[in-house]
Design a protein around this ligand. Structure first.
Ligand code: HEM
Length: 440
């Protein structure tokens, strides 16, 4: 008997524009396009970016795996799946080669150097400064006076101060307004560049390349000021900067170059505040539109506060999608995936998979209370496998401390029914998230 092959040909999916493929659809409405693909084609969907025939990266195949089992496979199973995708290459152009963008041995060495700063025990040591910063938010004049505030700005300020103090011994106060201005500009430029069918080298003086160069320079100027302040204080706390200065290559004994240190500081400055600020903003918005649930959470225990945060990140995962590259021919859920295909995972879509999340658009923190029998990767706000988020414990602690402090003092009223989203590198609110906080 001849064994039947279970490998099917390519996954189904929409065709898109004859020359540009699905690039315009993704550029116009990323989340809507992803959700429509799942609705129309199911658990594995293939897309094409650029003309159907042509050399990579002008012509690009993308496969999106929505089912938790396939997500599991991609995150944990394969050595042949790398990060050398368009999006990570563009991110490297913007922020250099820190822990988020490095690969192979360089990544492993960086992760080993930095991991000790993020163990649960070490993170618990940051609780005090997190509580002090949360108290500062509670006492902010605009908040206490019941004025209309932008929850997103408020949360960015909190998470920047926390990450600055914990990792660099510096509340980075002076950089807050500038980073708030730069983040959407950078997100928009990066997404546009990643979806560009033909990408000119950055050294060509196109208007977009000039804008990117300006954003990069502004970001590194902030980083250089943080590094200079740290050096001038000369304190010897075991923070991230001290660790980076002390790190030696195990083979050559060489210290890290100034460039490597700058890249690492930039990655942590950005990855360490933007996502947590989003998680807090989205959760407060959902609570702010649902007074009964908010009162229950405010009067509840730590588990219920954490469940509200988890549910906020289910509906609005700040890292809403990530990519890998299949470096050899492979299969995903039985579909053939040729070498060179970009494999995309979207927590935003999988977190709405109706097989695992009944009534997915309902805000229901109780989904995260007690036992459940969902597969591990039905929920993955922090990614998975060896490259999962190094800051997960840090973010969860910092976010729950803020939520408890704020909700015990105030009732949050989110003023707008709609929450327009801007999916860029991370998922961000597209407009200010207006709210009034009233004393309880
Ligand atoms: C709610 C907050 C956060 C969310 C939702 C989040 C999400 C994620 C996700 C999904 C990844 C994996 C990306 C991928 O697989 O492509 C990741 C990686 C990473 N995150 Fe976070 N993150 C959060 C907070 C933080 C914080 C607070 C820090 C640092 C203080 C941080 C630093 C990093 C770094 C450096 C990586 C790269 C890790 C590696 O590749 O080894 N994140 N994060």
């Amino acid at each position: 008997m001849v064994a039947q092959s279970t490998v099917r040909l390519s996954a189904p999916g929409p065709i898109g524009h004859p020359l540009l493929g699905m690039a315009p659809a993704f550029r116009r409405d990323m989340l809507g396009t992803l959700l429509a693909g799942f609705r129309d084609y199911g658990d594995v969907v293939s897309y094409h970016i650029g003309p159907r025939w042509g050399p990579h990266p002008v012509s690009q195949d993308v496969v999106i795996a929505h089912h938790p089992d396939a997500v599991h496979e991609v995150f944990t199973g394969r050595r042949a799946i790398s990060r050398r995708t368009n999006a990570f290459q563009v991110l490297t152009e913007f922020i250099g080669t820190g822990l988020l963008t490095s690969e192979g041995d360089v990544w492993l060495r960086q992760r080993r150097t930095l991991q000790p700063l993020f163990t649960p025990r070490r993170v618990a040591g940051y609780a005090e400064l997190m509580a002090a910063e949360a108290a500062r938010v509670v006492a902010e004049p605009a908040v206490a006076a019941g004025s209309t505030v932008d929850l997103h700005h408020l949360m960015q300020r909190y998470t920047l101060r926390v990450v600055g103090r914990a990792l660099f011994g510096d509340d980075v106060e002076e950089a807050v307004p500038e980073l708030q201005r730069l983040m959407p500009v950078m997100g928009d430029l990066a997404l546009a560049r990643a979806l560009q069918v033909v990408r000119a080298p950055l050294r060509w003086p196109t208007p977009r390349a000039r804008r990117i160069t300006r954003v990069r320079a502004a970001q590194y100027a902030i980083v250089d000021r943080i590094i200079a302040r740290h050096a001038s204080r000369g304190d010897d706390h075991d923070d991230m900067l001290s660790r980076l200065h002390a790190a030696r290559d195990p083979e050559t004994g060489q210290p890290l170059s100034a460039e490597e240190i700058r890249d690492q500081v930039l990655v942590f400055l950005l990855a360490g505040h933007e996502t947590t600020a989003g998680a807090l903003t989205f959760t407060l918005y959902l609570l702010g539109r649902d007074p009964a649930t908010q009162d229950r959470v405010a009067g509840g225990d730590a588990d219920l506060v954490r469940a509200a945060l988890m549910e906020g990140m289910r509906q609005y995962p700040p890292a809403y999608s990530t990519e890998r590259l299949a470096s050899v021919d492979t299969t995903i859920s039985g579909y053939h995936v040729p070498a060179g295909t970009t494999v995309l995972l979207s927590s935003y879509v999988t977190h709405r998979h109706p097989d695992f999340w009944p009534d997915p658009t309902r805000f229901e923190p109780d989904r995260f209370i007690g036992q459940h029998d969902r597969p591990r990767y039905a929920y993955f706000p922090f990614g998975g496998g060896p490259r999962s988020c190094i800051g997960e414990h840090f973010a969860l602690l910092e976010a729950t401390i803020l939520l408890r402090a704020l909700l015990s003092e105030y009732r949050v009223e989110a003023l707008d029914e709609r929450l327009p989203l801007a999916p860029m590198i991370t998922l961000r609110p597209a407009e200010p998230v207006r709210a009034i906080l009233r004393h309880r």
